[in-house]
Every structure is written in C-alpha cells, then in structure tokens.
Design a protein around this ligand. Structure first.
Ligand code: SF4
Ligand code: SF4
Length: 117
C-alpha cells in the first residue's frame, strides 16, 4: 500500500498488495521503525517480514484491517517497512495483487495521459 492520505485514494478500498506479497526487510528495519515484535516474523538470520505475509497460500499482513476490495486501513502506516512503498497504485505489481483478489487493474499513468489528450 503506497499511500492512505486522501479519500480519493484507491488503496483505501483495496488492500490487495497487503494480502499478496511477502513484505520482507532486513531485520534491523523493524527495530529502527519501532515495529512491535508481534507484528513481524523472522525469515532467516538476516531477514524478517510482516507477520502473515509469509503464508504462500493466503498471505495477509497482520497490520491490515478491513475487507479487501471494500474498505481497508494499515494499522501501523507510519511504521510500515520500505517494502510496502514498492507497490504503487496502478503499477504492474498492483495489477497482479488486485487480480488475485478479483479486482480489475487500476488505470495506469499512460491511460490517464491518453484520456487527457
Ligand atoms: S494493490 Fe494497488 S490499489 Fe491496492 S492497496 Fe496496493 S497499491 Fe493500493
Ligand atoms: S504494513 Fe501496512 S502497508 Fe505494509 S503490508 Fe502491512 S498493512 Fe500493508
């Protein structure tokens, strides 16, 4: 989830990427961001991930509240790992995550540009 600040933000009625990708990071990032231990899972000596995202069948971040595709929120948005910012609304990863949850892709920047012409 890239942002959650405006009511027009499509992420607020989506949340698909928080229930698709394993959100992993170097373990010290959790400490640096103040993420509570119960929100993370150790993957190996060096890497951890957001709890719930390491499930290959039904990943869902423990910090995600709400119903995917309806209304969601990240309960620890200010502390979220940098990996959460890798998915931008309308990019290819976003489209893949949304497809997994039966949601159509968002318009891309090119789509917006073509509409404006
Ligand atoms: S999949 Fe796309 S629209 Fe949905 S929350 Fe993630 S970035 Fe936002
Ligand atoms: S920390 Fe927040 S933004 Fe990141 S995957 Fe979890 S719910 Fe989504």
């Amino acid at each position: 989830m890239s942002s959650h600040t405006t009511s027009l933000n499509p992420c607020l009625s989506c949340g698909a990427c928080c229930a698709h990708f394993r959100v992993s990071f170097y373990w010290s990032e959790a400490t640096a961001k103040g993420l509570p231990e119960n929100l993370t899972e150790q993957i190996n000596t060096f890497f951890a991930c957001m709890a719930g995202t390491n499930d290959p069948h039904a990943p869902r971040c423990i910090a995600l509240s709400g119903q995917i595709g309806v209304a969601v929120a990240c309960q620890h948005y200010e502390m979220r790992p940098e990996a959460c910012k890798d998915v931008e609304a309308g990019d290819e990863k976003c489209a893949r995550a949304r497809a997994r949850h039966g949601l159509p892709p968002l318009p891309t920047a090119q789509d917006h540009a073509a509409t404006a012409q």
